[in-house]
Design a protein around this ligand. Sequence first.
Ligand code: AR6
Length: 175
Amino acid sequence: MEPRLHIIQADITTLEVDAIVNAGNSTLMGGGGVDGAIHRKAGPQLLEACRPLNGCRTGEAKITSGFNLPADFVIHTVGPVWYGSERNERELLASCYRKSLELAVENNLRTVAFPSISTGAFGFPFHEASTIAINTVLEELSQHPQLEQVTLVAFGEGDYNQLKKIFKKVTSTNS
Ligand code: AR6
């Protein structure tokens, strides 16, 4: 078991961590879902901080301050839209988790929380996305001892129960 990987059910905008990850779109100019919730709570300064970033490619990540959020920073990433697995969606999703954590390490951040990237409006199947998220975070934790805690945040109870089950399965297969 990796004690630095946590799974919780929460509204990610309430978490007091060094950085929360936003599942945005390539404009980084806001949207619905978790993106909308993060911008609402952070306040309009977040949009102003995103503007000069000139968007973000799918699978990449960029960082801003967290403004009115309890989190110090927001790491903005863009998950792939699910087209049925033929457009490199799995690799792109893994890249979101990897690049976000690498950016956290570059900025000396130690605690990071992720929503379930791409599983809402972008339609990535939850089970598969969760398996990719867990495996990629475990790989990054093993490479970066300075990361103290990475939290995978499920929004609803159903997602939370599913995520916990997938976590148990993945970690029993890996060990
Ligand atoms: N806290 C934690 N998780 C949340 C929250 C929250 N407050 N709100 C939603 N989720 P989505 P995507 C979960 O659609 O699929 C936006 O318009 C939600 O239950 O937010 O990557 C962007 O601008 C789901 O499991 O992101 C993009 O255009 C997960 O967050 C597009 O949607 C992701 O759902 C990105 O789509």
